[in-house]
Design a protein around this ligand. Structure first.
Ligand code: NAD
Length: 503
């Protein structure tokens, strides 16, 4: 299936004007060429989506669930092909591409299966005074949702919004990252195979300007996943039209290791959480706070494991290149700042950052105000700090503008510590487990954003509650009329005193 075969007319027009190349970050080889969609192209896509949205909504929960199930079937059957596109555009190993695709398939399945239960009409109590009414609430689709995605998990991350928005009855216009347009193209083409009637899910490609045009296009909501800096721009632009936004921003996720933790498991999770996907994971491990009683033993275990981790593009490599070349400078700056301010590299360090690959880097004794501790590094590095007790660990973990995910390794105090962490989600005694549980909501606090994808909350994020009060019979007490009597008012006052006036 070539790109040209699957393009829509407006996309071909745009291609005649301007295109951009998608490169393999391991080789710089061009793996695809895509149109830079203009504001007019985006508006046209949104206009088509409006018509499609009505048709899609009319299919009802069962009809949509059926199509979504077929879509996930295509993804599951052609998993290897999809993973190849992800591998070429991001550089990540096939197995990692497969992991994110499998989780995305789980989410499509969950959203399709649960949409009716979560969003369908539900009865509510009308209360005593209005007991002549039937009160119901149902969650109706918003209409057209614009989804703007990042490159680091180009299947799992945007589908966390796309699948839930579709299951809720919306049409979607999807703008993938300029680093992974081919993955976006593949997903949208697969959807079109199972929903050929109307453009319910469309693709627009390009850079930030195309995303900005989508924000201003009159969509009913923008679901954005990317950096906090871009999130702020999107929110400011969306404010002009009061377009609601869901912001899934970055993170600086901490791991807490208590004195009674399973240190083998904690070290393994730290190394995988920090280095897998070349550290380019929004909920990747960037900081660790360890109880002083187990600090030395934990650090030794992390170092031993980290020394075995190998980046590269060869079979068996643990992670690939840094996908976005500009990130190399950020990673280098963070390591340098940590080292010049008293930090020590136990693995990797000063020369860890190469032309494409970054060696795993374990930093200790890094001051808390170093950029390596405060800013999102988005590279295969981790800082490990020693704490006197877990209260200090919680305080340091929470001292961040970000609040996306967190992990606790502990026995006795695990739940308490998890509750006290100011993050949208916390995994206990396993890395990133929340991300694979489709029924759990996912989202951030502070600079990590707001709103939730996944689970019932993720479905409701793409719907508006519609309240309906239907009168079953005329009320014995007529309250909302000018012919209300003094006797009625007196009775209401008496009833209220009985119902609510107890001391
Ligand atoms: P980015 O902010 O640079 O870009 C994200 C998307 O926004 C891209 O599609 C880009 O073209 C578009 N964009 C850029 N400027 C825009 C503008 N002015 N208006 C509208 N759209 C615009 O982020 P990135 O580098 O692609 O992704 C990495 C970031 O994403 C990291 O910070 C990471 O933590 C975060 N992330 C968060 C989650 C999450 O679920 N919270 C998941 C994955 C990645």
């Amino acid at each position: 299936m070539t790109t040209a075969q699957t393009q829509q007319p407006t996309e071909r027009q745009a291609e005649a004007r301007e295109t951009f190349d998608s490169l393999n970050p391991a080789t710089d080889e061009v793996v695809g060429t895509y149109p830079v969609h203009t504001a007019e192209d985006v508006e046209a896509a949104v206009a088509r989506a409006r018509t499609a949205a009505g048709w899609w909504n009319d299919l009802g929960f069962a009809g949509r669930a059926e199509r979504l199930r077929r879509w996930k079937g295509v993804l599951a059957r052609r998993l290897a092909q999809l993973c190849q596109v992800v591998h070429e555009e991001t550089g990540k190993p096939h197995a990692d591409a497969q992991l994110e695709a499998v989780l995305a398939i789980e989410h499509i399945a969950w959203a399709a299966k649960h949409a009716r239960k979560v969003l369908g009409s539900q009865r509510r109590s009308p209360g005593l005074l209005l007991s002549n009414q039937v009160a119901t609430v149902e969650y109706q689709p918003l209409g057209v949702v614009g989804v703007i995605g990042p490159w680091n998990y180009p299947v799992y991350t945007p589908l966390g919004s796309v699948s839930y928005a579709l299951a809720a009855g919306n049409a979607v216009v999807f703008k993938p990252s300029e680093y992974t347009p081919g993955v976006g193209r593949w997903l949208v083409d697969a959807f079109r195979e199972v929903v050929p009637e109307h453009p319910v899910l469309q693709l627009v490609t390009g850079f930030g300007a195309t995303g900005a045009a989508l924000v201003r296009s009159g969509v009913d909501k923008i679901a954005f996943t990317g950096s906090a800096a871009t999130g702020k721009k999107i929110m400011a632009a969306a404010a002009e039209t009061l377009t609601p936004v869901l912001i899934e921003g970055g993170g600086k996720d901490p791991v807490l290791v208590d004195e009674d933790a399973d240190l083998e498991a904690a070290a393994d999770a730290t190394v995988w959480g920090a280095f897998s996907n070349s550290g380019q994971t929004c909920v990747g491990v960037e900081r660790v706070y360890v109880h002083e009683k187990v600090y030395d033993e934990f650090v030794a275990k992390v170092v031993a494991r980290a020394e075995e981790v190998r980046p590269g593009s060869h079979p068996g490599a643990h992670y690939g290149p840094v996908t976005m070349p500009a990130q190399l400078d950020v990673i280098r700056r963070h390591i340098t700042d940590a080292l010049t301010r008293g930090g020590r590299a136990l693995v990797g360090g000063k020369n860890a950052v190469g032309d494409r690959y970054v060696q795993p880097t374990v930093l200790v004794d890094v001051p808390e105000d170093s950029v390596a501790v405060r800013e999102e590094t988005f590279g295969p590095t981790v800082t490990i700090g020693k704490v006197a007790d877990m209260d200090e660990a919680v305080e340091k973990a929470n001292d961040s503008t970000y609040g996306l995910g967190s992990t606790v390794f502990a026995k006795r105090r695990a739940m308490e510590l998890a509750r006290r962490l100011r993050t949208g989600q916390t995994a206990i005694n396993a890395p990133l487990s929340f991300a694979g549980i489709a029924s759990l909501p996912f989202g951030g606090v502070g600079d990590s954003g707001f709103g939730r994808i996944h689970g019932p909350e993720g479905l409701r994020e793409f719907a508006r509650p519609k309240a309906i009060a239907r009168q079953r019979f005329a009320a014995p007490l007529k309250l909302t009329t000018f012919s209300r009597t003094e006797k009625t008012d007196a009775l209401v006052a008496k009833l209220t005193a009985i119902l609510h006036g107890k001391r």
